[in-house]
Design a protein around this ligand. Sequence first.
Ligand code: NDP
Length: 396
Amino acid sequence: MSRVLIIGAGGVGNVVVQKCAQLPEIFTDICLASRTKSKCDEIAAMLDRPIETAQLDADDPKQTLALITRFRPDLVINVALPYQDLPIMDACLEAGVDYLDTANYEPPDEAKFEYKWQWAYDDKFRDSGIMALLGSGFDPGVTNVFCAYAQKHYFDEIHFVDIVDCNAGEHGHPFATNFNPEINIREITQKGKYWEQGDWKEIEPMSVSKDIDFPEIGPRKAYLLYHEEEESLVKHINGLKRIRFWMTFGEAYINHLQVLQNVGMTSIEPVEFEGKQIVPLQFLKAVLPDPGSLGVNYKGKTCIGCIMEGVKNGETKRIMIYNTCDHAKCYEEVKAQAVSYTTGVPAMIGAAMILTDQWHKPGVYNMEQFDPDPFMDMLNKHGLPWKVIEGKTLDS
Ligand code: NDP
């Protein structure tokens, strides 16, 4: 018996609501709130059980607090944008309610995502006896849990981790991003970074690439990017020597992005236009397809996993843990493409872990800090089955 407030009615919010609604024994009452209430109502209309909906500007903690006070949730799931993380955490603190999100805080005027702002809430959350679970999407999220599972069951020490993310799907648009365009483009146009022997090594954006043979998909060109789960995993994996993150992009995507960058459309610096200040990237978001709308004719699969090398009982060991997810099947089930699906399902599972007390302690936590087994079990049961390949390396 629990009440959950879900904030954000985008591509991911739709999946979270539908997956929570499928489990009434855990999520007894649901309220979906977002900036545009009509989007909440459209999602609510697809369900076969009633939920509440509400208009909310989550940049304003007072509004969120007022809604929390009225709805009295046991947990707030934040699937709005990373800019709202801190104001929503503030409202949760004030109200004494647990918090979960899928992406770490990013200041709107600086393309920089780091956990430091949210980790700074740890003492306050502990003192209030509430918890925050950070990054309960796929990457971050499931990738952190894959590492924790490997650490628990396969390795004494994990020395090398390569997180690999492939979207081999075709949505039929010349250029579109699979999740919020502003957040996505900010992520991939900033400098790449990886961690080796205790230091962060910076590289120019998209300057290092590699052909990776993805299970059930085949070889695809992937680029080394910085991704937020690396920041927490370097703290929590025993014996780690290097961690990197690789994501695939097609040639057409990169060509479009280069042109948009060259003409200044990906900039977050405001420019004066017809007497008004506009941010080019926010304008670009307004003209690009809504990620939530891409699902209709999306074909193909995603494959996301962790390729790891380490030691067990003194012997070198290599494994890959991964999931593949079919865009068309996701659309059939919840009217979403696989990128929204692979984020929304783990958000629901993270919420279930908290609400059933399987993962529950005061403070601010990343996913790998809890027992991975019940989470891995729910992935298998709720649409994101995973597999382990022994002996797999980044080059095989
Ligand atoms: P969308 O842009 O589709 O949806 C965001 C939603 O948040 C929209 O409904 C938007 O409202 C709402 N919103 C924005 N600002 C506010 C506000 N101030 N108050 C209330 N609601 C607001 O994004 P996605 O669904 O694709 O992504 C959602 C989150 O998931 C993002 O944080 C993204 O970074 C994260 N993500 C995480 C991944 C992972 O694997 N960990 C992968 C993919 C995404 P409106 O409709 O009015 O614009």
